[in-house]
Ligand binder design. Sequence first.
Ligand code: G6P
Ligand code: MG
Length: 213
Amino acid sequence: MPKAVLFDLDGVIVDTAKHHYIAWRALANELGFEFTEHDNERLKGVSRMDSLNILLEVVGIELPDDKKALLAEQKNEQYVRAIKQMDTSDILPGVTDFLHALKEANIAFALGSASKNAPIILKNIGLLDAFDAIVDGNVISQAKPDPEVFLKGAKLLGVAPKDCVVFEDAQAGIDAGKNAGMYVVAVGDPEVLTGADDYIKDLSAMTLTRLEH
Ligand code: G6P
Ligand code: MG
């Protein structure tokens, strides 16, 4: 049995992925471009500025840093307006039950997210105090697929990386978990996400027995 579990936030605990996409698409449209869900897949798990850089690469334009800072801020303002409306009904299927099962089994769990907005989201969905540790975009310097976010989480929980399981919905996050030397469960489509050790549609498919791997 693993000793700790590390959860990505967006797309694993809560369905914020759609709000990120809507805000990035609005920004692309304003710049005069389309931005498809297929293109958006590359932004998942990636920091805000790295996401903007990928978007600009996809639409084929280059902008100076000061303009990029303004655009990233503009995207974040739209995104924050959306997440301020979130509540417990936005928690994804299976999350609440699985967190309870982990608590009962005395398995520690932490958040490992690239988002600087993680604290507002967790507060709104009532899970701010549920985690034994929180590692988010405010405390990391290297973006996924760098393993920093998950290694920091493991360290805070006092557990060796090999005894940790990561839940991730983004390719960058799956790669970060594997780079950290952890067992990775992908939350999403095996046709889209590669390299994980196990695949589930959402956490309602997860049990302590399955976690034993
Ligand atoms: C998560 C999401 C990304 C997002 C990143 C930064 O990893 O999957 O899509 O860009 O967090 O989020 P933030 O809320 O700080 O803009
Ligand atoms: Mg995610």
